[in-house]
Design a protein around this ligand. Structure first.
Ligand SMILES: [Zn+2]
Ligand SMILES: [Zn+2]
Length: 333
């Protein structure tokens, strides 16, 4: 009894010390999050949305910056606001969401005109700052005609239906020609992809001598009767061989059971592995350890689990580093 009477006041006295230690621990952790630039890291990727459908708070959009920089580009823009809010909550950024949208994102690279890749950009446009929208001419044409048209939305761009509010400037990309991403130190090259009835795009992002490859929606060459992926693999094979390709971000939308005729220009685990085996063959090297970020998984969640199981199984012999991104969780490459 006596000792208990002694211990309780002692604990009360010590409490502020514990609290302080906890507080300090927290502070250190948040500093590591915002300054997690470690040697060997070239790119910081903040996924704002990662799925291929249904959940409008979580559609394809990935902020990418050179490690240590706040000057990002956004690869696709299906979800912006909800993704930025989640990232801020996770301490991926130490500024308010509004600043991330206006000051951190320097431009949008849109892979194709499907809504799940640009809805966030359209909806956030009234609050956004002035910036460039990059894409193949066909993609920009779709945005001009069908979204910033005064019929679906006000025309915030500097081309198309009048009056033009001129907040956004369209920058058409020529396939295979590298161009600088304005206000960043990154360069980006576009490659056409076959995606059912339309042309989608892969963006090869360069920072100094390091590369990151992002593919918008794409079907497999064998299904699409195309050579687009073949040409893309030929272009990046030397980078794979030299260890300069830090990550590939590529879609898998359906499980292996999906019949070919209902793939609608998307990949399954089997088709992805066939394509990556081709990349390995052209590179003359194994892809063991290569960061492969799997994007655009299509709900329901039961199907997503199945796709992951099939991918992980197929990867057992290949030993790539398969990554399933999460909205608002930073990836470093
Ligand atoms: Zn899509
Ligand atoms: Zn699509």
């Amino acid at each position: 009894m006596n000792s208990r009477r002694f211990i309780i006041p002692l604990l009360i006295l010590l409490l502020p010390l514990f609290a302080n230690a906890q507080h300090r621990k927290k502070k250190t952790r948040s500093r590591t999050v915002t300054q997690e630039v470690s040697s060997g890291t070239s790119f910081r990727v903040v996924p704002l949305g990662v799925l291929g459908g249904i959940d409008e708070r979580n559609l394809s959009a990935y902020m990418v910056a050179p490690a240590g920089s706040d000057k990002y580009i956004c690869l696709d823009a299906g979800t912006l606001h909800a993704g930025i809010e989640e990232a801020v909550k996770n301490k991926a950024f130490d500024v308010r969401g509004e600043k991330v949208l206006k000051d951190y994102i320097q431009g949008y690279f849109i892979s194709h005109g499907h809504l799940d890749h640009l809805a966030g950009m359209i909806i956030n446009s009234p609050e956004d700052s002035s910036k460039n929208i990059y894409g193949l001419a066909s993609t920009l044409e779709t945005i001009k005609k069908h979204y910033f048209s005064w019929e679906s939305w006000a025309n915030f761009a500097d081309d198309g239906d009048k009056p033009q509010l001129k907040k956004y400037h369209y920058v058409p990309m020529e396939p295979g020609a590298e161009l600088p991403a304005a206000n960043t130190t990154m360069q980006v090259k576009a490659f056409p992809l076959a995606h059912s009835n339309l042309t989608s795009t892969a963006f090869l992002v360069r920072s100094n001598d390091d590369y990151l490859l992002y593919l918008g929606d794409t079907g497999a060459d064998e299904i699409e009767k195309s050579q687009n992926l073949q040409h893309l693999w030929e272009a990046v094979a030397p980078l794979v061989k030299a260890g300069k390709l830090k990550a590939i971000m590529i879609e898998v939308s359906f499980p292996n059971e999906q019949p070919d005729k209902t793939l609608f220009g998307h990949l399954t685990p089997r088709l992805l592995m066939n394509e990556l085996d081709e990349l390995a063959r052209i590179s003359g090297t194994s892809l063991k350890g290569l960061n492969v970020v799997i994007t655009h998984l299509k709900p329901p969640y039961k199907t997503i689990t199945k796709i992951k199981t099939q991918l992980n199984y197929a990867n057992e012999e290949r030993q790539m580093n398969l990554i399933y991104p999460r909205r608002g969780k930073v990836l470093n490459f």
